[in-house]
Design a protein around this ligand. Structure first.
Ligand code: ADE
Ligand code: ZN
Length: 335
């Protein structure tokens, strides 16, 4: 199964740029910005990086964020992610970027865009195509919604395909962001909010109804509402499931206890993703392997998960077709 999962050409639909920073990348950033106080020695950094709980995750996340000062730092982050994706035979990723956080931290918008673009070019040379999702950090409120939309629409960088919403869900209603999502959709961006990661199915309903979500980030709690599951199936709204993330943030007890089984049984379109991979000790290959093992999936069922991600992506039709053909070839040769 391990070599089969590796051989499958994979697509990652839910990974946060800041949350993708691995130890090598953070070491490079920490040595470039020693004033940030992030450990500059590998062993100490690895200890700092070891996941303890959600609060500690946020502390590390903000420490990485604080070292991103200009285009070189963004470039380092993007290339670090691309190398990791290439190593795992991931061919395409939609990467979530939070411009509001970078800009309020003092980075010029042009620096952010230059780093994204040069990183994207280097990723393509490594065989990994990247697209961007610009997301609203929901906890920062309406001003973050307004500014994220304005930045996305005025800059419209190459590769920008979607508009998102992340951060805590409790007390951060999805509906308040409806006007920003409506404008983003009118401008041709796809709607991909987080919902149902840390709150119940009503948040997923709101993402679907108020934000016209085309995919749902996580959506874990949808299994608590059969009518919602039916709606997701009927409308073909895929879920960006991040099993290891959900276990590490204690939203579910274990991979075996993850509701991905019920989602699959109900016919919901499930895609597997990593969220903030090094923070949670996740890799995309690891997610496929963990789910395959926990739920005793056949190679054909695992290939279906890889196909789901291709189909749920915002790749052009021709690219989807060639990736699907490659997946079929890998499955056929696994015999
Ligand atoms: N931003 C980065 N990781 C996140 C997560 N797991 N949930 C919500 N927002 C996030
Ligand atoms: Zn996420």
């Amino acid at each position: 199964m391990r070599s089969f999962v590796h051989a499958l050409p994979k697509v990652e639909l839910h990974v946060h740029l800041v949350g993708s920073a691995g130890v090598d990348t953070v070491l490079e950033l920490a040595r470039r910005h020693p004033e940030a106080g992030v450990p500059t020695e590998r062993a100490e950094l690895e200890r700092f990086y070891t996941f303890r709980d959600f609060d500690h995750f946020l502390k590390v996340y903000w420490a990485v964020q604080s070292m991103l000062k200009g285009r070189a730092d963004i470039h380092t982050l993007v290339v670090g992610l691309a190398r990791e994706l290439a190593r795992q035979n991931v061919r395409y990723a939609e990467v979530t970027v939070t411009p509001y956080n970078h800009i309020t931290d003092g980075m010029a918008g042009d620096e952010l865009l230059a780093g994204l673009e040069s990183g994207r070019a280097e990723a393509a040379a490594l065989g990994v195509d990247l697209a961007w999702c610009f997301d609203i950090p929901g906890e920062k409120g309406l001003v973050a919604g307004r500014e994220t939309l304005a930045f996305a629409l005025s800059e419209r960088p190459d590769g920008l395909v979607s508009f998102g919403l992340a951060g805590p869900e409790a007390g951060v209603g999805r509906a308040q962001f409806a006007p920003f999502f409506a404008a983003a959709r009118d401008a041709g961006l796809h709607s991909v909010p987080h919902a149902g990661e840390t709150t119940g199915p009503e948040t997923v309903w709101s993402a679907v109804r108020d934000l016209r979500a085309e995919r749902i980030g996580h959506g874990t709690s949808c299994v608590d509402d059969p009518a919602l599951m039916e709606h997701l199936v009927l409308k073909g709204i895929p879920l960006e499931v991040c099993p290891t993330s959900n276990v590490r943030t204690r939203q579910v007890a274990s991979i075996e206890a993850h509701p991905v089984r019920q989602m699959l049984d109900a016919g919901v379109v499930v895609t597997l993703n990593t969220d903030d991979p090094p923070f949670f000790g996740a890799t995309l290959e690891g997610e496929y392997l963990a789910v395959a093992t926990a739920f005793d999936l056949t190679p054909a069922q695992v290939a279906t998960l890889a196909e789901n991600a291709v189909l749920a992506s915002f790749l052009p039709g021709g690219r989807k077709t060639s990736l699907l053909e490659e997946i079929a070839d890998v499955l056929a040769s696994a015999g």
